[in-house]
Design a binder for this molecule. Structure first.
Ligand SMILES: Nc1ncnc2c1ncn2[C@@H]1O[C@H](COP(=O)(O)OP(=O)(O)OP(=O)(O)O)[C@@H](O)[C@H]1O
Ligand SMILES: [Mg+2]
Length: 359
């Protein structure tokens, strides 16, 4: 019974507050319990604070919408229900409030984009003696994606890889891996151990060791080279070596001394050595330079296979090879993204044609 009377009392109060207010303002017994003057909008811009300071919850946006209705905003003192009080203030948002809100939404969207991607570069700039090799570069690579990067000599392709791998520190801009790992705060060794493998243009294999031992040495991790060569019995390790030899088309060459491989095979071996470290992202700089046509085509197949289980960024000038990859292409020029999309779209882009013909 006591409960009923409390409910009744609250209902009565609500009714009182719902009734049209005459000249006399309602008593300052605000149902919400907040400051009695929250209904007042002295500068008409108060929705800003509500919107700008609200956390991730949606009501901030809801509170703005009623204000866009001129009917509500023109009659602020009539028929004010508790429901509209909750969604108040019913006035048009101040332009500054709208700007803050848009900024907040944009920054939330950026944060989301960053968290959902594998590699996120935004506004990255790097100068060498005043020359901007990378200039406000923004690029996003999705998890599991393979991306081809093209662009004329000096476009900044290798410098971009240097920045991602911690070899070069950008002057400004954001470089994030896996959402929240700020790569600009880590050195090369740390970045490699986080799962970013990089293949330089020139193959660097242990020339006097066999193909199989090259891969075994790369699998070694923290073990010493001697331990890696002596400790050969691990079945899981054997399986991994077999898988890598197969992927890199080197099974039949496993016992060959690496120094005796063709240039293309050395490139594949180096890719295999990177795979041994199980990177989540593989960066490959001009892998088919100097390869035969057959090796080039095989390399495209090989990379496509690798990209089934990890992300790959390939820099290459050979357009036939890029076409074989069949992936999204980004064209860099003077340190920025000039064009992005399918190879057909990018190569038909007048800006791209101009920079290629103009060199
Ligand atoms: N350490 C450095 N010191 C000075 N200038 C540099 C350095 N690294 C790169 N650059 C300059 O930055 C620009 C971009 O070079 P980068 O090697 O990134 O180009 P790229 O797109 O990889 O070209 P390429 O297709 O010829 O390999 C070039 O003008 C280069 O001379
Ligand atoms: Mg380069």
């Amino acid at each position: 019974m006591g409960e009923t009377s409390v409910v009744q009392k609250v209902a009565d109060e609500i009714r009182v507050l719902s009734e049209p207010q005459g000249a006399a303002p309602p008593p300052a017994v605000s149902v919400a319990g907040g400051p009695a003057d929250t209904a007042e909008q002295p500068d008409g811009g108060l929705p800003a604070q509500a919107g700008a300071s609200s956390g991730p919850s949606r009501p901030a946006g809801a509170a703005m919408d009623p204000g866009t209705n001129p009917a509500t905003s023109s009659a602020p003192n009539t028929m004010t229900s508790t429901a509209t009080k909750a969604a108040e203030p019913a006035v048009s948002p101040h332009p500054y409030a709208s700007m803050l809100r848009e900024k907040r939404l944009a920054s939330e969207a950026n944060g989301r984009a960053r968290r959902e991607t594998l590699l996120y570069l935004d506004g990255v700039t790097k100068s060498f003696d005043g020359f901007k090799a990378i200039n406000n570069l923004s690029l996003v690579i999705e998890k599991g994606e393979m991306r081809a990067i093209i662009g004329p000599n000096g476009a900044g392709k290798t410098t971009m890889m240097d920045i991602i791998t911690g070899k070069t520190r950008p002057d400004k801009g954001e470089v994030f891996f896996n959402g929240d790992v700020d790569l600009t705060h880590h050195d090369e060794a740390a970045i490699a151990s986080m799962g970013i493998g990089r293949k330089f243009q020139k193959p660097t294999v242990f020339e006097s060791h066999t193909v199989e031992d090259n891969i075994r040495l790369s699998l070694a991790g923290p073990r010493s080279v001697l331990e890696a060569l002596v400790h050969r019995k691990d079945a899981a390790e054997r399986d991994r070596i077999e898988a890598i030899l197969e992927t890199t088309r080197l099974t039949a060459r496993r016992a060959t001394i690496a120094g005796g491989l063709s240039h293309g095979q050395k490139q594949w071996l180096e890719i295999g050595m990177l795979l041994a470290q199980d990177p989540e992202l593989l960066l490959v700089d001009e892998p088919v330079a100097g390869m035969t046509d057959a090796e080039t085509e095989e390399t495209a197949r090989l990379l496509r296979e690798i990209a089934r289980t990890r992300s790959v960024v390939v820099v290459e000038h050979d357009m036939h090879f890029v076409r074989e990859l069949g992936v999204k292409v980004t064209c860099l020029h003077e340190g920025s993204v000039l064009s992005e999309g399918t190879l057909d779209k990018v190569s038909a882009d007048p800006k791209v044609i101009e920079v290629y013909l103009g060199r």
